[in-house]
Ligand binder design. Structure first.
Ligand SMILES: Cc1cc2nc3c(=O)[nH]c(=O)nc-3n(C[C@H](O)[C@H](O)[C@H](O)COP(=O)(O)OP(=O)(O)OC[C@H]3O[C@@H](n4cnc5c(N)ncnc54)[C@H](O)[C@@H]3O)c2cc1C
Length: 403
């Protein structure tokens, strides 16, 4: 018999997915005194890896599992346009950490278990249906099918969320395909990331290098256009052959970044968190911080709803409202920035770099730049730099971004 199946009503909440958002949500609900089970389809937590592991110091505070997974500290960025011209931003202050992402996922899964959540690895959710005031789950584990019942189902199952599909919540409006690699790059700057923009190498997105501080680098490219990520990666390596000279690839990772404009994150007896809920910055694809924050907010509402035994969509909407309060404006600005970004030609990138290179503009970046909340610095930049308006076409010119 499958562990935990003796009593069908055993769990107050089942969380699907032991990524950062799932483990954080499970931890929060278990700390509230409820019986929680996490289902993870893979045998090992955090594997396979699909992330570059660049996070802000604030993310590790939100994760609450210490700093043991920090690999390197980042103080700034070199932003490179197609002509090769580069702008450096940063003022020596640590802006981000490069982390061992598998280590973060494991630490979070451990903390959820320490809080009392049960974890079942190698258990894949196949289907979920609402019945009798709860949710019945069909899962596959060790080549056998099982059913399980819960009062509340939390979908933390990433971009291809099976929970969202099964319970009729919508999917992303846009997908960005990313390909990342880890390897050795001789002579790489040890504390600056590099960002490469250009429609030839990364249409609708960008390419990046992130130093690990010991000569190793995580390098990647994203594409939202017809250019496939593998082709984009080949082009990136060839266009920047000189700058990336001596690159020796050791490990390849890939993944999809979901971009939503607006979506439902709750229904009767169900909540979505993390990538499954579209809690990913539309400008950079970073989703660890916002997913962890979303999980915390979801757990707060879940504890309240479980205690009151009201798991209706109406009751769970408190979570959607809390998310809107915390991130709504920031994400709307991010969506506007993304819409603007997708219209930029390579000539626009050159013009933008020239504008951004002015000393007062760099000073604005250094003073107000925040990886988790990029909307604020761009709003200031657009207010302080009228020349930027020429790059904003059509309705964006009068859009929300500048308010
Ligand atoms: C190339 C790339 C680079 C990135 N780099 C960064 C970065 O540097 N910084 C940053 O902040 N973000 C980055 N991201 C985004 C970040 O990886 C995600 O936002 C983050 O992993 C989302 O966490 P999550 O817990 O919501 O989902 P996930 O981490 O995707 O976890 C979902 C879990 O659910 C499990 N699962 C899925 N379906 C089922 C099922 N049916 N049954 C059981 N289990 C299931 C999966 O196995 C997985 O463990 C990157 C993404 C990509 C693609």
């Amino acid at each position: 018999m499958l562990w935990g199946m003796a009593n069908e009503q055993r769990y107050d909440a089942v969380v699907v997915g032991a990524g950062p958002a799932g483990s954080a949500a499970a931890r929060g609900i278990a700390r509230g005194g409820f019986r929680v089970l996490v289902l993870e389809e893979h045998a090992q937590i955090g594997v396979p890896l699909h992330c570059s592991g660049l996070v802000t110091p604030r993310t590790l505070v939100e994760a609450g599992v210490g700093e043991g997974m920090i690999v390197n500290a980042i103080v700034g960025a070199h932003v490179c346009v197609p002509s090769g011209r580069t702008l450096t931003i940063g003022n020596g202050k640590t802006r981000a950490y490069v982390i061992d992402r598998v280590g973060l996922d494991r630490a979070l899964a451990d903390s959820a278990q320490q809080a009392g959540a049960a974890l079942m690895r190698g258990a894949r959710l196949l289907d979920a249906r609402r019945e009798h005031g709860g949710v019945t789950l069909s899962i596959r584990r060790n080549d056998a099918l099982h059913t399980l019942r819960t009062r509340l189902l939390i979908g933390a199952d990433g971009v291809h969320s099976r929970v969202a599909k099964a319970l009729g919540l919508s999917g992303p409006s846009e997908r960005v395909f990313g390909l990342g690699a880890e390897g050795v790059l001789p002579g790489s700057d040890r504390d600056h990331v590099q960002v490469f923009v250009g429609n030839d190498i990364a249409p609708g997105w960008f390419a990046w290098t992130i130093p690990l501080g010991d000569g190793r680098v995580r390098l990647g490219v994203g594409s939202s256009g017809p250019l496939r990520p593998a082709a984009a990666m080949r082009r990136f390596l060839s266009v920047y052959a000189q700058r990336l000279g001596g690159w020796e690839q050791r490990r390849l990772t890939g993944g999809v970044i979901p971009i939503w404009s607006r979506r439902a994150t709750v229904g009767d007896n169900v909540m979505l968190v993390g990538d499954a809920a579209g809690q990913v910055k539309p400008t950079s694809g970073g989703g660890i911080f916002s997913g962890l924050a979303g999980a915390r907010l979801a757990a707060e509402t879940a504890c309240d709803a479980l205690a009151k035994d009201d798991l209706s969509e109406r009751a769970l909407r408190a979570y959607a409202k809390a998310w809107e309060k915390a991130f709504g404006r920031e994400f709307r600005r991010g969506e506007d920035l993304r819409r603007l970004y997708k219209t930029l030609t390579d000539e626009d990138f050159e013009r933008m770099l020239r504008i951004f290179s002015a000393r007062p503009v760099v000073a604005l970046f250094n003073r107000y730049g925040d990886i988790d909340y990029p909307g604020g610095v761009f709003r200031r930049l657009f207010s302080a730099t009228p020349a930027l308006w020429a790059l904003a076409r059509g309705p964006l010119r009068y859009g929300r971004l500048w308010r």
